[in-house]
Each structure stands twice: as C-alpha cells, then as structure tokens.
Design a protein around this ligand. Structure first.
Ligand code: ATP
Ligand code: MG
Length: 286
C-alpha cells in the first residue's frame, strides 16, 4: 500500500469548521459523517483523524498523526516537540488576564501575590516570570470565568475573542498575554513521501490564502484615461486591457489586495473609471 499522510483536526469545536473548510478549498474530498473518528480522502493520499484539540500536539509528536491543525495557544501550552509549519489565519483569539469589574487596575504589579485561575498555567507562568510577578496559579480545566465570583481566585487568565463572556461574569480584561490563531503543525521527522504530500498541501493552502487576500477588479474607462488608471492598478503582471464595442472605450482587468481596495477604488473613480466590478478569486497561483 502506498503511503498516505495522516491529518489530525479537531472533532468538534471552534477550530473544526474552518479547518475542514480549508481542506475542502484545497480540493481534498472526504466524508466526515457525525460520530466518525477517522476518514480517508477520496482524491488525495490522506487520512483524517478527528480528535480533541488538546490531544493533537501529542499525537503529532508521537507520530500517530503526521500533521495537525491546532490553536497556537494549545501548541505553546502543551509544549510538545512538533514543528510549526504554517499560520492559517482563522480562530484568532487572545489569552488575557481579567479581574472583577469593580476592582482598580493600573499596572501588572497589581497582580503581585494574587491568585489567578487558568487552563494555561505554562503560558501564564512564563509571562509572569518574564515580568517579575509572583502569583499563585490555580489550574482549572474549564469555566475559569466563575473562579473570582466563587471566591477561588482574585483574577483569571483565559481565552477572549469578543469579551462578552467576561462581561457577563462581571469581569474586565486588563492585560493581553498571548495572541493566537490556528496553525499547521507537523511531526519532526516525516518520511520523504509524507514530506512531499505536506509540501503539496502547503502549496494549496497558500493558493487559497492568497486568493482570499486578493480581489479581481474589472472596470470600463475612456481610452485617454488608460495610462493614468494603469499607474493606479498594480496587477499581477500588468492589467489586461480589451476594447469595448463602444468606440473610444476599453475594459481594464486586474488583481488588487483586499486591504488596498477602498483607497484604489476612490483613485480609480477620480481617474474616470466606470462600471467597476470587484469579484472574489477562488484560487491564486503566483
Ligand atoms: P475540545 O473539545 O476539542 O477539547 P475545546 O473546548 O478545548 O475543544 P474550543 O473552545 O473548541 O476548544 O477552542 C478551540 C481553539 O479555538 C482554542 O484553543 C483557541 O485556539 C480557539 N478559540 C477559542 N475560543 C475562540 C473564540 N472565541 N474565537 C476564536 N477562536 C477561539
Ligand atoms: Mg480542548
């Protein structure tokens, strides 16, 4: 049997949907019916393992899985010997310190000697010792936000995205100690065949990510505005220019960065562009 690459993804939770969407956008098809713990891809030599996120770094370190998708917070906290291969840009969140809303806070030193509840003792203790703060860390595995209200601790350190969970538990965020996003990790010694499969996958992931960061733009312009518009549009090489049926007009096509979008649109309109269309790109190979 020829070799396949085993990919660990979270079974269900905040990483699952975006992880599976990314894999599908990479053109890899598989069946993940409810309750399935394993599934083989039908058009790529890969097998998926659906696991609890906390277990993924360990499985990748042991070689049970070759690669995995995991939050950087869990990767750093579990401290397993695996390689961080590529940042994936989704499941962005931060690990923050929070205290009861009514308490004053001016500086980190306010936490000196305090009790702090967290599920991230390693990241927290590294942060505190780097900042010369001695605090009493209480490791708890879930529902960290209630620790101050039940008198267990004075503060907490937990994952925050919008801050609404903190709010509803009477807490306020006072320091961000770590920023996280989903990352692709790999076993440190993959066979040659599996390394090739990983490289193929990374190539596809980068094409999907590049496409997501760019837009295809089409616009109409009078011929005498073309030179000016060309100088505004960067394009992959240079813009495509095709004549319109109407005499003296042409259509200009190019690719622009999502982030430059609004600025470029204004300059284009000032330069005489009309009928501007901006459309998503599915894949982009540079
Ligand atoms: P499991 O049952 O697999 O152990 P879990 O409950 O530990 O799951 P989730 O809440 O699904 O974990 O979160 C998984 C990862 O998603 C977190 O480790 C973090 O990287 C990221 N994450 C957590 N909360 C958010 C959020 N509110 N927004 C975006 N990403 C988040
Ligand atoms: Mg977990």
């Amino acid at each position: 049997m020829s070799e396949i690459i085993r990919i660990a993804v979270q079974k269900s939770g905040r990483l699952s949907e975006d992880s599976l969407n990314l894999i599908r956008e990479c053109g890899i098809q598989f069946n993940n019916g409810t309750g399935k713990l394993k599934s083989e891809a039908s058009n790529f030599p890969a097998e998926f393992l659906f696991l609890r996120d906390d277990d993924i770094p360990g499985y990748v370190a042991d070689g049970v899985a070759d690669i995995g998708i995991i939050g950087e917070n869990v990767l750093v906290e579990t401290n397993q010997p695996v390689n961080l291969i590529h940042r994936l840009g989704f499941s962005r969140c931060r690990l923050s310190l929070a205290i009861p809303r009514g308490e004053d806070y001016t500086h980190l030193t306010d936490l000196q000697g305090k009790r702090i509840a967290t599920s991230y003792p390693r990241i927290l203790s590294n942060f505190l010792s780097k900042n010369d703060i001695q605090a009493d860390i209480h490791e708890i595995s879930g529902s960290v936000e209630i620790a101050p209200s039940i008198g267990l601790t004075d503060a907490i350190c937990d994952i925050v995205s919008s801050g609404s969970t903190l709010m509803s538990n009477g807490l306020k965020e006072v320091e961000v100690i770590f920023r996280s996003e989903a990352v692709l990790i790999a076993h440190s010694q993959l066979s040659d065949v599996r390394t090739q499969l990983l490289n193929k996958l990374i190539f596809r992931i980068k094409s999907v990510q590049t496409a997501q960061n760019n837009k295809y733009i089409l616009l109409n312009a009078p011929n005498d505005a073309v030179e000016h518009i060309k100088s505004i549009l960067p394009g992959m090489k240079s813009p495509t220019i095709v004549p319109l049926a109407e005499e003296g007009w042409c259509s200009i096509h190019s690719v622009i960065k999502e982030n430059d979008f609004w600025e470029i649109i204004d300059s284009l309109r000032e330069a005489g562009a009309q009928g501007i269309l901006v459309v998503p790109i599915e894949k982009m190979i540079l």
